[in-house]
Design a protein around this ligand. Structure first.
Ligand code: AMP
Length: 400
């Protein structure tokens, strides 16, 4: 079956058409600047990439363009929309309602909308994408795959914050965690790579990209994770602060005469390694280049990031009472040997014997970067959230 995977942002729509039997990507692409002007970049397997600039006033127009290009005689990959067996949608927040993927219907959409207040920037866009697809492909089976679902196994001691319990009871204020599809995929793949049953493993997945989070996976279940109520929590990221002293709000409001909106803007957009480096960049490639040229702030930003990652990894080894494998994934985790080495240099006590040669030559490919006999394995496992969404969607349809 061919599964169309849709990931809708507020002004973007990424898609992949995947054959669920062979797991081959038949075509992929994205629509950018929806509601502004509109640009579609489409890459069909085995054919030239095409870029089309065309007005996309809303997500309906974007989905319409995607479906047209998929069936286009020149750039398309299918004869008609009937060849699409199902659509899998990424949904960011499923609250406590969704602990696994679900088939979509009006009732489920209403329940997703009830989670909108927990992810006001993401969930409404996800729902818009779902509704656009339903309008343009009526009757097509569709599934929602949630970023939060994998973390619904967190125990109370890991998901409750030290604030009055009534905020959890009344409003659902708790740690939810994100990147669940990635953590789930990478931990399963790591078990396969090691030739072991996930039930027998304690794995720590470091998803290090523009957004970064870490997950402790024990026996195949997420038992702790670094993001929280929102994806602002945990590690310092490209532009997000991660965890800080909550007194920051009162302190900086007074010093800089800022209101809540202004402070949230700083924490989301101007902090992390961008802020720490004095505004050089949120991109680790730029920071490394600046650090190599002797920029002290860029060097410090990288040091802070690596230290904080190591600190979380160490704490997760503690909560699981040990660890068998540490996995690196996403843009930074897959492509930056220096960052992996710096992180692991803080974790000698765990018994990781890094193979520097293999680490240095691993960029975006699956590899064991620890030496044979290392007490704890270190692995690079490229993430594949789209494939995971395709698998989940196909499994739901086949289970009907
Ligand atoms: P992501 O959000 O997973 O796309 O990751 C984005 C981050 O990964 C950026 O900070 C990039 O610097 C880093 N990154 C992505 N690709 C590469 C690459 N080929 N080499 C080094 N860093 C990369």
């Amino acid at each position: 079956m061919k599964v169309l995977v849709i990931n809708c942002g507020s002004s973007s729509l990424k898609y992949q058409l995947i054959d669920s039997e062979t797991e081959e990507v038949v075509a992929k692409g994205n629509c950018e600047r929806i509601g502004i002007d509109g640009r579609l970049t489409h890459t069909p397997a085995g054919k030239e990439k095409v870029v089309i600039e065309s007005p996309m006033p809303d997500h309906n127009a974007a989905v319409h363009m995607v479906l047209s290009i998929l069936t286009d005689p020149e750039h398309g990959v299918i004869g008609s929309l009937d060849e699409i067996g199902a659509v899998g949608h990424r949904v960011v927040h499923g609250g406590e309602k969704f602990s696994s993927s679900v088939l979509l219907n009006d009732e489920v959409i209403a329940e997703i909308e009830e989670c909108n207040h927990l992810a006001p920037l993401h969930n409404p866009a996800n729902v818009t994408g779902i509704q656009a697809c339903m309008e343009l492909m009526p009757g097509k089976p569709m599934a929602a795959v949630f970023d939060t679902a994998f973390h619904q196994t967190l125990p109370k001691e890991a998901f409750l914050y030290g604030v009055p319990i009534e905020y959890y009871e009344k409003y659902g204020f708790r740690r939810y965690g994100f990147h669940g599809t990635s953590h789930s995929y990478v931990s399963k793949r790591a078990a396969e790579f090691l030739g072991k049953d996930p039930a027998d493993l304690k794995i720590i997945v470091c998803h290090l990209g523009n957004g970064s989070s870490i997950c402790a996976v024990s026996g195949g279940r997420s038992v702790d994770t670094s993001m929280g109520l929102t994806p602002l929590a945990g590690l310092p990221m490209g532009t997000r602060s991660g965890d800080i002293d909550p007194s920051f709000f009162e302190f900086i409001a007074e010093k800089e005469q800022l209101d809540l909106k202004g402070i949230m803007n700083i924490l989301n957009k101007k902090s992390g390694v961008l802020g720490l480096s004095g505004g050089i960049s949120s991109d680790f490639r730029d920071l490394r280049a600046a650090a190599d040229e002797g920029d002290e702030k860029a060097k410090t930003a990288l040091d802070v990031f690596c230290y904080q990652v190591a600190k979380v990894v160490g704490s997760y080894a503690a909560v699981m009472d040990g660890v068998d494998a540490i996995c690196f994934t996403a843009g930074i985790g897959e492509n930056t040997p220096l960052i992996r080495e710096k992180i692991l240099s803080h974790l000698d006590f765990l018994g990781i014997d890094l193979d520097r040669e293999v680490n240095d030559s691993t960029h975006g490919t699956e590899a064991r970067i620890s030496k044979p006999g290392s007490r704890v394995e270190a692995l690079v496992i490229p993430t594949n959230e789209e494939l995971m969404i395709c698998r989940e969607t196909a499994a739901l349809i086949e289970g009907c």
